[in-house]
Design a protein around this ligand. Sequence first.
Ligand code: FEO
Ligand code: CA
Ligand code: CA
Ligand code: CA
Length: 638
Amino acid sequence: MNRDHQDQALDAGENLGSNSSRETSIGELIRRRLGRREALYGAGAMIAAGTTRPAMAQGGNPSSFSFPEVAHRSDATHHVPEGYEAQVLIRWGDPVVAGAPSFDPLKLDAAAQEKQFGYNCDYLGLYPLPLGGPAQDRFLMVVNHEYTNTGLMFSGLGPGREAMARADKSQVAVELAAHGGSVIEIRRERGRWSVVPDSRYARRISLNTPMRFSGPAAGHDKLKTSSDPTGRAPVGMLNQCAGGGTPWGTWLTTEENFNLYFSGDLANAPDRKRYERYGVARTTVFHWGKHVDRFDIGKEPNEPNRFGWIVEIDPYDPTWTPVKRTALGRAKHEGCTYALCRDGRVAFYMGDDERFEYIYKFVTARPWSPTDRAANRDLLDDGTLFVARFDEGGKMEWLPMVHGQGPLTATNGFASQGDVVIEKRRAADLLKPTPMDRPEDIETNPVNGRVYAILTNNDRRTAERVDAANTRGPNKHGHIVEMTPDGGDHAASVGTWAIFMAFGKPGTDPGTVYHPGISANGWLSSPDNCAFDSRGRMWIATDAPATEMADGVWTTDLEGAGRGLTRCFYQAPSGAEVCGPILSPDDRTLFLAIQHPGQDPGSTFDKPSTRWPDFKEGMPPRPSVIAIVKKDGGVVGS
Ligand code: FEO
Ligand code: CA
Ligand code: CA
Ligand code: CA
């Protein structure tokens, strides 16, 4: 979710971060700062801070990327490097499943939206067709639809939160249908990507899709509602932000800011106190509770417990019931990326995107089977959940979150592992992990085996609350932490870490960490998602406050002389953030989800700040997936 959007909520006291502060002594602070220097510069692979070395001479650019850099700019359209082309693959309202009506922005309809591409595309995943095949030109693409911009979708409602409060029942019904996800079949012919119409794999998943719970919390009393007395049959998924996959070819989509959708009186909620840790009903951003009972906590007090999970979906089977895998815990998740352990078990890394929240890992109890897909079906129901502590001197530890161990007992309100996963945040608090600067995406690099945690920013961190892994207070522009599991084994409970880069404008913002050779366009703010090409190089997509810069994509090497030398590859249209970066396996296409174009102050359906990508009078801006290719068909970024 966009930072500006979050800040609208913040202004009303919502989503500030629900983790209460811990005091730090001066002595402790000095010790940490000394330790931090060691963490920064003692780990061997660290690049030097941009301000401590002279900039490299023109022509001395050691980056392995050779594209001509895009200039920092903000206007109604988007920008790719010279010699490149951006193809619009699919837009909000385009047909997904057979029989979808054509898009009419003045006659939005919930039944039509259930068949059309949803709003605010975020995570993108690619699955070869056929399953397990060496496909180059034919894939299933999975897409998250995170949230809706009411004022840009409907005529006459005004901007932003004003529109959200005004939406009527039928408009809210359209919004429910525009959330969730899409599965589309795509193909490449003569260098152009397109959506295969009426594919037998095509699917829309929305807030109306029947799902099921599995794992330790399935059937828990706290998951029961009047429409589901079993506590096993949730309906729909909410605020799907980043995501990931599994080695057996399923899609993991993660529920993020679910709290923003609930309203009503908490007086009858048995979990009133516990809801505070997730910011539920502190204030209302989406006023759905006026029209849909289950979003009114006074009527359905357990409904918020049914969101915040990792959802597994098989893109190859459109009849498959999506499963909320409770063993991985409940948070405002962003990213769920796998890495194989030495013994064939599978580790999944997860971020919890809020100020001062934590980084988690789940390790399956059993190895996965590369030869028997069905044997992996319920692998995510059994395993161990961990939360990360980043120590001075570049060491880290994964703390197990197991019921009955340490403080996770009935005395502290945890009567079962189901209790632990439903209240993952509070359970983690008791283990004293490191509160991070908004852990958004987290990605494992298949080439160097390291894990990259993208920490977007944290303007609430003060100088008194900095620590070894979060060194700036306030942290306006974010940073990236690079983790190496002990022995290269993702099952390891210890490892090392270093700060890879720290963002902002060098020379203006304190504490930036870049390669000294970056150009005037090489700096960035607020990294959100990242992807790796087949050489293991990093592509970073941003979600910055509009006051800092337009969002875009920057590239950097992770190894060699170009490590930390970010270069600007893409600039988004006005108001948009860039999500879901993913490269085709042949590195000849970069797919991006362009989320909330036109989300600018005062921008409305009737008077939008941009009409990207159609630029037709009467057509609002439309969140879209794009494919960026090199005009000569070569490797992108080269
Ligand atoms: Fe949905 Fe954390 O951005
Ligand atoms: Ca974000
Ligand atoms: Ca987002
Ligand atoms: Ca995000």
